[in-house]
Design a protein. Structure first.
Length: 172
């Protein structure tokens, strides 16, 4: 504060200088800006986490993610009605670029034309790739393998692919 004389006399009255008032306003603005930046950072992190699908989920029918996963299976399917096959999705969980799906192939009329097909897929560079689960079953001498995955089979999958999230596996 500075002391200034009033026009009414020599009596000095304390008053705030423009410099001190400006510093107080700047300090308040800096605190407000810091708070705003912190809130913006937190909300951005929450948004990014929700957009990246960092939680286990089942993609809804018609979504790009579900279509891409089914498209990968469709491209691999070569028996029965081939390119005209449709899939009934019995189970689908996706998390962190991994998907576990179990489908039943149907002909164009909706009639079952093959056995259930469980698959593990990994997304790399934006493309879904099918993981060979039968190789793991053969290594374990497990005749059922992914059709009804045992705890031992799922442990072997985790050992071979450590980044697979446990929450996509089907529960028996």
């Amino acid at each position: 504060m500075s002391l200034a004389s009033s026009e009414e006399g020599d009596r000095a009255k304390p008053r705030l200088s423009f410099r001190m008032a400006g510093e107080a306003v700047n300090a308040h603005r800096m605190k407000s800006n810091a708070l705003f930046r912190s809130l913006l950072l937190i909300s951005s992190l929450v948004f990014i986490r929700s957009v990246t699908g960092d939680t286990v989920h089942t993609p809804a029918e018609g979504t790009a993610e579900r279509k891409a996963i089914l498209g990968t299976l469709h491209n691999e399917y070569t028996t029965g009605s081939g390119s005209a096959v449709k899939f009934k999705v019995n189970y689908l969980k996706v998390h962190d670029g991994w998907a576990w799906i179990n489908v039943t192939p149907l002909d164009p009329k909706g009639k079952v034309e093959g056995e259930e097909w469980p698959s593990l897929l990994q997304q790399t560079k934006g493309q879904w790739q099918i993981i060979d689960l039968m190789a793991i079953a053969r290594a374990l001498d497990d005749p059922v393998g992914p059709m009804d995955p045992s705890p031992a089979f799922l442990r072997a999958v985790k050992k071979r692919y450590p980044s697979v999230p446990n929450d996509i596996f089907p529960r028996s």
